[in-house]
Write a protein that binds this ligand. Structure first.
Ligand code: SAM
Length: 220
């Protein structure tokens, strides 16, 4: 979640380091006209996701939280031919918009969309081992998604959680101008960060982007 309040630093990073495709641009415009711009990651964060995926040579990615597919399309661009990105969305309206906006091209052919509550839908992936799992959905379930992710990321792969500062909620100073996280969301996000930070099998950090992005790499 970022771009409606994008800082000059983020704009600079995006302009200098990130290439937004015409399809990603169209998705951004659709978000804007539907009053949803800012729920998606910003272009700078989308570039960061591409960077991380390429660093670990990702071929199989799971995204929890599709919205209109802005982050999805960027990540799919970073996958090789034959790569696969599974993205989960609970809202039928968002799912339908994403399907239409992602269209069909060489990049979107790597994307498989799943409609429904991610906690139950993820089970359909069975024993799949992912190179990257990107969590960007309901904040009160981050702790639960992490439990799933610990079992489904390969050694060397990444678990990434967006908005992990929870607008100040994780350090008990909710921002006056940001969303007001619920007590359940605060507890879940604190647990998410604590469990991945303290897990002996993970090398992890919370990248202090404006809203925070936690990244943990499985070591063993
Ligand atoms: C922050 S948005 C995702 C933004 C997207 N990753 C991007 O940057 O373009 C979160 C999305 O997760 C969806 N969502 C919320 N709870 C969910 C759940 N339990 N299962 C699946 N999707 C869920 C919401 O409907 C929303 O579209």
């Amino acid at each position: 979640m970022s771009n409606s309040r994008e800082t000059n630093a983020e704009k600079y990073v995006a302009k200098q380091f990130v290439k937004e495709s015409s399809r990603a641009q169209a998705i951004r415009h659709a978000l804007e006209s539907d009053g949803k711009l800012g729920i998606n990651v910003g272009a700078a964060e989308a570039g960061l996701l591409q960077f991380l995926l390429r660093m670990v040579g990702a071929k199989t990615v799971v995204e929890i939280g599709l919205l209109y597919g802005y982050s999805t399309y960027f990540m799919a661009e970073a996958l090789p031919t034959g790569g696969k990105l599974h993205s989960f969305e609970k809202s039928p309206e968002n799912f339908a918009r994403a399907k239409e906006l992602l269209g069909s091209d060489d990049v979107s052919s790597k994307i498989e969309l799943h409609l429904g509550d991610a906690l139950s839908e993820l089970k359909k992936l069975g024993s799949l081992q992912a190179d990257v799992i990107f969590i960007d959905a309901d904040k009160n379930n981050y702790d639960n998604y992490l439990t799933w992710a610990f079992e489904h990321v390969r050694v060397g792969g990444l678990i990434i959680g967006d908005n992990s500062l929870l607008w100040g909620g994780v350090y008990n100073e909710p921002a006056a101008d940001g969303p007001k996280p619920s007590a359940a969301a605060i507890e879940s996000m604190k647990n998410f960060n604590k469990r991945i930070a303290e897990h002996p099998d993970y090398n992890s950090i919370l990248i202090p982007t404006r809203e925070g992005m936690t990244v943990g790499q499985r070591l063993r």
